[in-house]
Design a protein around this ligand. Structure first.
Ligand code: AMP
Ligand code: ZN
Length: 458
C-alpha cells in the first residue's frame, strides 16, 4: 500500500498518516453557512478535500472512508439576511443549499458520505453543553451558556496563540455576563421572532463552534482521523471545537485528541487580499460557471499546492483550459483504447498525492502521460483527480456554458410549502388546501409529520 503523509497544523509538520481504523477512515470538513452563494474562495476547501476524499477512497477502498461535511443552517448571518430580504429562513437556507450542491457538483466534487444539518442536531448540542457544565467547563449566565476558556489548559495550542492574542484575534464581545472576554458562546437566547429551541437555559440557539463538535461526534465518533477547513478557521473556530470536544469526551485523558490531523487550505486571494464577502472582492462560482467548464475552474484551483495562497486570475483559468484541451485531445486520439481500471494506472498519482496532496506535481504528471500518450495512465489518473467527467472527449470540446440560471423546481416547491405553513398559521385553511392541491396537480405529495412538512413525487 502506498504510504501517505500530510501536513498537520497542530504539529506544524508533515506527518505519516495511518488511520485509527483502516476499515473506517473518517474525515470532517466544515461546510457552508447557507445564507448566500458560494464564492470561489469557498470552493477551494471543497475541491481540495474532495481530492483527499478521492485519494483515501482509492487507497483504503470506497466503502471504508466516511466523509462528513456539515451545513450550518442556523446562524446570525442567516437570520439577518432573511430579515433584510423578507425571504423566509427555511426558503433562504433551502435555496442556498441547492445552489451550493449544484456549484460543487459542477466543480467535480463528490457528495460527502453524510451532510448533517445543524438544526437537526440541537439535542446533541444541548447534551454536550450539559456535560460541559457538569464538568466545570461551562457556565450559564443571563440566558447564555459560555465556555470557560481558562478551564482548558490546552486552549491556544492549535493556533499557537497566547491568551491576549486570543482575545484580540477572536474580536469577541466583551459582555457583562462573561467571566473572561475570551470565553465563547455555546448557547444564546432567541427573541420571539428569532428561531429557537427550548433548553434548560430557556429558548435559544447554539453557537456556531458547538455545531461542528456535536455533528462530528454524532457521525464520526468522539475521535476521528482528519479535520479540515480553510486557514481562517484555525482560530477561533477549530480551537473552540477542540476545547469543546476534548472537555466533553476526553475529560481526564491527556492523550485524547478530537482529530489526529488538522489540515487547512490557504486563501484564495485577489491582488494579495483574501477573497471574502465582507471585502466585496469576490467572484461567485456561479458567475465563473457562466464562462468556464467546471473542470477548468477545478484545475485552476489544483495547480497550486493547497496550503499556499492562490490568486485565481483570468490567465490561470486560460492555462487550465489549455491543459485540459491537451489531455482531452490525447484521450480523443485513443478513445477506443482506454482499458479497464487497474491499480498500476493510478499508482504514480497515489504516490504523488500521498505526499501531502501535491496536486501541482500531479498536474505535471498528467501532462507527461498525455505527451507520451500513456492513455490508460492519463485517463485513470485524471479520473482519480476528478477530471474527464465528460461522457466523451467530443462532449468536452462541444461544451457551452449554461444559457441562463436554471430555475430549480425544488425551490418553487419549498416556496409553496412555506406559503402553506404561513397560511395554516394564519388559520387560512382554504388557502392551505389550495396550495396542497396546486402541488398535487404537479404530482407533488405533501406529508405533514411531527418534524414538519416533507414532500415526495407521486
Ligand atoms: P464561510 O462560509 O466563510 O464559513 O467559509 C466556508 C469555507 O470556505 C471555510 O472552510 C473557509 O475557511 C473557506 N474560505 C472562505 N474564504 C476563503 C478564501 N478566500 N480562500 C480559501 N478558503 C476560504
Ligand atoms: Zn466547523
Amino acid at each position: 500500500m502506498v504510504s501517505l503523509a500530510f501536513s498537520d497544523t497542530s504539529r506544524r509538520e508533515v506527518v505519516p498518516f495511518s488511520p485509527i481504523d483502516p476499515a473506517n477512515v473518517r474525515m470532517y470538513v466544515c461546510g457552508p453557512t447557507v445564507y448566500d452563494e458560494a464564492h470561489i474562495g469557498n470552493a477551494r476547501p471543497v475541491v481540495v478535500f474532495d481530492v483527499l476524499f478521492r485519494l483515501l477512497r482509492a487507497v483504503y477502498g470506497a466503502g471504508h472512508v466516511k466523509y462528513v461535511r456539515n451545513i450550518t443552517d442556523i446562524d446570525d448571518k442567516i437570520i439577518d439576511r432573511a430579515a433584510e430580504s423578507g425571504e423566509s429562513i427555511g426558503h433562504l437556507t433551502a435555496r442556498t443549499t441547492i445552489q451550493y450542491h449544484e456549484d460543487m457538483a459542477a466543480l467535480g466534487c463528490l457528495s460527502p458520505s453524510v451532510e448533517p444539518r445543524a438544526t437537526e442536531h440541537i439535542a446533541q448540542m444541548i447534551a454536550m453543553i450539559e456535560r460541559l457544565i457538569a464538568g466545570g467547563h461551562a457556565y450559564a449566565a443571563e440566558g447564555h451558556v459560555l465556555f470557560d476558556v481558562g478551564s482548558f489548559q490546552e486552549y491556544g495550542k492549535l493556533s499557537g496563540r497566547t491568551v491576549d492574542e486570543q482575545i484580540a484575534g477572536a474580536r469577541v464581545e466583551v459582555a457583562p455576563y462573561k467571566r473572561s472576554p475570551a470565553d465563547f458562546v455555546l448557547w444564546k437566547p432567541s427573541s420571539a421572532d428569532q428561531p429557537g429551541w427550548d433548553s434548560p437555559w430557556g429558548r435559544g440557539r447554539p453557537g456556531w463552534h458547538l455545531e461542528c463538535s456535536a455533528m462530528s461526534a454524532e457521525h464520526l465518533g468522539e475521535s476521528f482521523d482528519i479535520h479540515g477547513g480553510g486557514l481562517d478557521l484555525i482560530f477561533p473556530h477549530h480551537e473552540n471545537e477542540i476545547a469543546q470536544s476534548c472537555c466533553t469526551f476526553g475529560a481526564g485523558n491527556p492523550d485524547f485528541r478530537m482529530a489526529q490531523f488538522w489540515m487547512h487550505n490557504g486563501f484564495l486571494t485577489v491582488g494579495g487580499a483574501k477573497m471574502s464577502k465582507s471585502l466585496g472582492n469576490f467572484t461567485t462560482v456561479r458567475a465563473l460557471r457562466q464562462k468556464w467548464h467546471g473542470e477548468v475552474i477545478r484545475l485552476a484551483l489544483l495547480m497550486t499546492h493547497y496550503a499556499a495562497p492562490l490568486d485565481l486570475s483570468e490567465d490561470r483559468l486560460k492555462e487550465a483550459k489549455s491543459l485540459l484541451d491537451t489531455w482531452h485531445r490525447a484521450w480523443q486520439k485513443r478513445e477506443e483504447g482506454v482499458g479497464a481500471k487497474a491499480p498500476a494506472y493510478i499508482a504514480k498519482l497515489e504516490e504523488i498525492l500521498g505526499d501531502d496532496l501535491n496536486t501541482t506535481r500531479a498536474v505535471t504528471q498528467l501532462g507527461e502521460f498525455s505527451r507520451f500518450e500513456n492513455i490508460n495512465y492519463l485517463y485513470w489518473s485524471a479520473r482519480l483527480l476528478g477530471f474527464f467527467t465528460s461522457p466523451s472527449p467530443d462532449a468536452w470540446f462541444k461544451w457551452a456554458p449554461p444559457e441562463a440560471e436554471a430555475s430549480s423546481d425544488e425551490i418553487e416547491i419549498k416556496k409553496l410549502i412555506d406559503a402553506r405553513i404561513s397560511a395554516r398559521q394564519a388559520r387560512n385553511f382554504a388557502e392551505a388546501d389550495r396550495i396542497r392541491d396546486e402541488l398535487l396537480a404537479q404530482s407533488i405529495v405533501l406529508e405533514d409529520g411531527p418534524g414538519g412538512t416533507t414532500w415526495r413525487r407521486a
